[in-house]
Structure formats: C-alpha cells, structure tokens
Ligand binder design. Sequence first.
Ligand SMILES: Nc1ncnc2c1ncn2[C@@H]1O[C@H](COP(=O)(O)OP(=O)(O)OP(=O)(O)O)[C@@H](O)[C@H]1O
Ligand SMILES: [Mg+2]
Length: 298
Amino acid sequence: MAEPLLEVKDLKVSFRTEDGLVRAVDGISFSVDEGEVVGIVGESGSGKSVTMMSVMRLINDPNAIYQGEILFKGRNLMGVSQDAMREVRGEEIAMIFQDPMTSLNPVYTVGWQIEEQLNEHNDLNKGQARQRAIALLTQVGIPKPEQRIDDYPHQFSGGMRQRVMIALALSCNPDLLIADEPTTALDVTIQAQILELVKSLKREFGSAVVLITHDLGVVADIADRILVMYAAPRIRSCRQRSETGTWMPVTSRSRTSGSDATGRSTPSWRRRREFTERQGADLAAPPGGRAGFARAAG
Ligand SMILES: Nc1ncnc2c1ncn2[C@@H]1O[C@H](COP(=O)(O)OP(=O)(O)OP(=O)(O)O)[C@@H](O)[C@H]1O
Ligand SMILES: [Mg+2]
C-alpha cells in the first residue's frame, strides 16, 4: 500500500499559561491519503485548529510545546526549519481559514496578492502571472475576473473573499488543502457553493482536502472519511460509506464504552458541546472531569 500523504503520529500540543499547562491536543494519530477528503468534526475547543495549525507549523506561540511526529510524504515536518516550512506551505500544503480577511491583505488588490504568491514559487513574467491569476479566479467562480482582479478585498462579498482565498491556496497547486471552517461565516446558499467548489477542486486538481467543521451534515456529503475529536484526547474514525451508500457511524460510539456502532450517540458530542458551551468551554474543567488540563506545580 502506498504511504499516506500525511501521517500524524501521537501528536501532543500543550501551551504553558499562567494557570498551568493547557493540553490542547493530547496524543492523536491519523492519516490522510493522496486525493482523499477527510472531514474533522468535534466540539469547540477539542483541538481541531491547533492540530492542523501544527501541521502547517503556523502556531506562533513561544509557549507551545510539541511532541509526536507529523510525516508529510514521509518527511517529519516537526524537525523542518521555518524557511523550509515556508516552501512546504507555498508549494505543497495550503490552508484556508474561517475569516478570509485574516489572510487577505486589505491594502493590496486581490490580483496583486495572487500574483505575489505565484511569483514566489514560479518563474513567471508579469503578464503570465496575471493570466494565471485570472484563470484561478475564473476557476473558483469569480464573475468578470479580468475586472475584479484589480479590486481590493473589501470590495468583495464574504463568499467571494472565501473564493479568493481558495484561489490563493490553489495558486501553489497543493497536494493537501486544509480548510478550517471555511463556510461558518457564510449564509447557507454560499456555504453550499463553497463546498461544491471544494469538491470540484478535489476532482480537478486531485488535491487531498482536510475539512474542519462543526457540522456533521456538511462533511457527510463531501468527505471520504470523518474524524471526530473530543475535548479529551480522543479521536475516532468514521468508516467510509458502506456498499449501500450510507455512513457507518463509528463516530457514534460511546466515548467511554467504545462499543459497537449503533448510530445512537451521534448527538453525544453535540450534547457535550452544548454542555461545554453553556459552561464556557474551558479545558480547565472538561466535562466528565477528564484530564484535559493539568495545573503546574505550585
Ligand atoms: N495559544 C494558546 N494558548 C493557550 N491555549 C490555547 C492556545 N491556542 C489554543 N488553545 C487552547 O487549545 C484548545 C484547542 O483549541 P482549538 O482552537 O484547536 O479548538 P477547536 O477544536 O478548533 O475549536 P473551535 O471549534 O471552537 O474552533 C482550546 O482549549 C484553546 O483554548
Ligand atoms: Mg477551530
């Protein structure tokens, strides 16, 4: 069997804080194959973003402590220099976020930003870069891209900005696209369009996609496989569609019993999420009293 594109092995990420050590991710392992769409769902605070930001090595916190391995095409990204990592990010793995404005620069035109990204990793002249940028904007469904390319991000709607983010991500033709709640801030119709776009990108570019979302309905439609994360250090894999085309909800296993997949407790993490939200989600006091948090001595 071919080796997975991405293999995360026993990843642990903790943050030193004034209140002690926050174990944001406590020993998870999973893999993503080439061209596969993997959905990651789970309650708020379960470490979805921290996990994928760690893969990108984008956590900019000097108080972060890591353990484990992140193998991308067999190479451990944990030991890679920031310079080499920039290359990986520009050429092999791309990430899109919930709020595109955090990643788009408001003072440059959309076209400038895509061309800049293209120029960093390719040997294109100005005309070629512009043509390629227009082609990318066309591909993600921006109408009149020849005109819109000279607009600034604030001149685009939220959904259009998210498309621009996807165009930027695709400018490097990544083997892996990570999308962290890319539709949460959008209305339902636009959400559906963006997800259709992600699907078609998988088809056209053959990129593997990791899609983080709160919404099981969203991933059920799009993912080959679903991973469920809990605030406690657990991860479960949902089996692929059965022959009948329905999902085998391994996600529904009770966390504690680990019993068979009956489909009964799919809402279980939802309930827990409501609970944690009501309580003000905080790993200092995870529901059920699991050790998601350890106080520093003294
Ligand atoms: N820099 C940091 N310092 C301290 N704690 C952090 C830091 N970054 C994240 N955390 C904590 O790590 C835990 C996991 O956060 P993360 O953002 O990965 O959750 P998530 O699953 O993405 O949640 P959501 O669904 O709300 O986006 C949270 O309890 C969060 O407060
Ligand atoms: Mg998150």
